[in-house]
Design a protein around this ligand. Structure first.
Ligand SMILES: *Cc1c(COP(=O)(O)O)cnc(C)c1O
Length: 364
């Protein structure tokens, strides 16, 4: 940071790095939010000051993602994990089942949690490629009577990402977008419902975004579900059926403003492409580091990679830490390394990582 505050390059998969400008604004406003003499998290969520934060957050999100009026925006708690259950409970209506695509860890969790509520079909799986490629979206066939088809647009652990989404399915497309939301422009109209935990690309943990086509809220929901799980009730209460996570909401608002000030999603996407290309190009020419995902399915957000000699993993992580780079240890489900390159990771961070990897390889 320019004022001398030291910051590591944080490659953590989630919770993850937040833009310096956002944290500085939050710091500056922490004791005295805009002259009120109190921080935003000490104020009533129903008072005019917080209501203004919430309203501005939604308006800016709509601008950033170009969300049309026939889609509702809801902020909930419980993370993407709660959404995996809530989607099933809210959207099954009079349908018999729902379809899912298995592309890795997070889609499998959505399948398990969905199956606790409703009958589910797995209509395509990346298991056949050993989770090295996304099954071709053009081949997906929704089941008759299906309530929706669920995909995970970016598999945070396996490092797979959809670069083309399924279209013309005849059923609403539901997407867990937790780890690539607002990383590039999308066509909202291609989706029936999008959900995302905030802690990867839109702020800190504690708040979850749901964007849903309004007509889907007409589906009947079992009244045994508490109101707090039901989209229609949440929407009617402006996402304030109970006390919302006001600090997280405020920080999401600052992050969204920050993305708009940087030119919006087309500019963000171009930067994300440059960052990922830099890292993948290095890995692909390296004899020591490797990535196992097929080219067309590689994630721009999470880059898992392996050392030729796993016995040196620890040495690599220690050298990274000594050079001011955090969060590179891979998820325990697959081991190795993982660099997460979310929006808030500057290109200088990726350049520093590539330099470190080159030096480590020379000394191996
Ligand atoms: C992190 C993550 C989740 C889990 O989110 P929680 O907020 O912890 O429930 C789900 N799906 C994807 C794709 C993720 O990256």
């Amino acid at each position: 940071m320019s004022d001398g505050d030291w910051r590591a390059y944080n490659f953590s998969a989630g919770p993850s790095t937040i833009a310096d400008e956002v944290l500085k604004t939050a710091r500056d406003e922490l004791l005295d939010y805009r002259g009120l003499g109190a921080s935003i998290m000490e104020l009533s969520h129903r008072g005019p000051d917080f209501m203004e934060v919430a309203t501005r957050c939604e308006a800016n999100l709509r601008r950033l993602m170009q969300i049309p009026d026939d889609y509702a925006v809801i902020f909930m708690q419980g993370g993407a994990t709660l959404q995996a259950s809530a989607v099933a409970a809210n959207l099954i209506g009079s349908h018999q089942s729902a379809d899912y695509i298995d592309t890795g860890h997070w889609s499998q969790k959505a399948i398990r949690l969905g199956a606790d509520q409703i009958p589910v079909n797995v209509v395509a799986s990346a298991a056949g490629s050993d989770y090295r490629s996304i099954p071709d979206p053009q081949t997906y066939q929704a089941s008759p009577q299906s309530a929706y088809l669920h995909i995970t647009t970016n598999e945070t652990i396996h490092g797979l990402q959809y670069h083309r989404i399924p279209k013309g399915l005849g059923v609403p497309l539901v997407a867990d977008m937790s780890s690539d939301i607002v990383s590039a422009p999308i066509e909202i109209q291609d989706y029936g419902l999008i959900y995302a935990g905030a802690q990867k690309n839109i702020g800190p943990a504690g708040i979850t975004l749901v964007v849903v086509r309004r007509d889907l809220l007409q589906r009947e929901v079992d009244s045994r579900w508490p109101a707090i799980f039901r989209y229609k009730e949440q929407l009617a209460a402006d996402s304030m059926l109970n006390t919302p996570p006001t600090l997280s909401w405020y920080l999401c608002g600052l992050t969204i403003e920050n993305l708009l000030s940087k030119g919006g999603l087309p500019c963000i996407a171009a930067l994300n492409q440059r960052k990922a290309t830099l890292l993948y190009d290095f890995i692909d020419q390296s004899a020591f580091f490797s990535n196992f995902v097929e080219l067309g399915s590689r994630s721009l957000m999470n880059v898992p990679f392996d050392l030729a000699d796993p016995a040196r993993d620890q040495a690599f992580l220690e050298m990274a830490k000594a050079s001011g780079m955090l969060g590179l240890k891979g998820h325990k489900a697959r081991g190795g390394m993982r660099a997460s390159l979310y929006n808030a990771m500057p290109i200088a961070g990726v350049e520093a990582l590539v330099e470190l990897m080159a030096e480590f390889e020379r000394n191996s």
